[in-house]
Write a protein that binds this ligand. Structure first.
Ligand code: FES
Ligand code: FES
Length: 223
């Protein structure tokens, strides 16, 4: 049978248990918030284990213009371009280095801007699709993509074009690829080289053969 004292004890226990539950759920929700923030942070920032909220100043040249930004250290180059400089031509596809939609050129070499922190590019020269050409004054590669129907929805196209321009420079510079037969000989243009070097740029519309035609046209080697 229950006595009054037992009841008091039970009530105290209950209060203590409730307080403990609130404290535990507080810890859980803050852990949840932290996990959520981590999940939303760019892949490269997560990999680097960088803390939230710390900022740095970065100065670089983008499409020929000097830019200085104060950014959260975890900001990717892609987000700096799109969200801070409003250069939305560069696209965010996977945000994990797997689709090539975010390809831009840094100091003449193509990179996936979603995999690179903006603060790593202090002093660098970045070229995006907007810097290559514009309506009425297209870069030869942009014009070739139009001529050869190298796109359908166009989402992957800025990355494809930046990559294509860099690919021709890579071949010209003699940088070998996985399919280059003789590493000691001069690297030659071939459709196989183009397909291999462009394999990091995914096109969901499947415009691949027209993209290769466009690149071959610019290289002066019609497919
Ligand atoms: S968005 Fe960068 S590789 Fe897909
Ligand atoms: S043109 Fe649509 S994804 Fe490539």
């Amino acid at each position: 049978m229950l006595h009054q004292g037992d009841l008091d004890l039970s009530r105290r226990d209950l209060l203590m248990a409730s307080a403990a539950t609130v404290a535990v759920s507080g810890v859980a929700s803050s852990a949840r918030a932290q996990a959520q923030a981590q999940a939303q942070a760019p892949a490269s920032a997560k990999a680097a284990g960088m803390p939230a909220g710390e900022t740095s100043s970065v100065s670089f040249k983008v499409n020929g213009e000097n830019q200085t930004l104060t950014l959260d250290n975890r900001t990717t180059l892609l987000d700096a371009l799109r969200e801070h400089l409003h250069l939305t031509g560069t696209k965010k596809g996977c945000d994990h280095g797997q689709c090539g939609a975010c390809t831009v050129m840094v100091d003449g070499r193509r990179i996936n801007s979603c995999l690179s922190l903006a603060i790593m590019h202090d002093g660098d020269e970045v070229v995006t699709i907007e810097g290559l050409g514009e309506p009425g004054k297209l870069h030869p590669m942009q014009a070739a993509f139009v001529k050869h129907d190298g796109y359908q929805c166009g989402y992957c196209t800025p990355g494809q074009i930046c990559s294509s321009v860099a690919v021709l420079e890579e071949i010209k510079a003699g940088i070998p690829s996985h399919v280059t037969g003789d590493l000691t000989a001069k690297t030659e243009f071939s459709l196989e080289e183009i397909r291999e070097r462009m394999s990091g740029n995914i096109c969901r519309c499947g415009a691949y053969s027209n993209i290769v035609d466009a690149i071959a046209d610019v290289a002066g080697r019609p497919a």
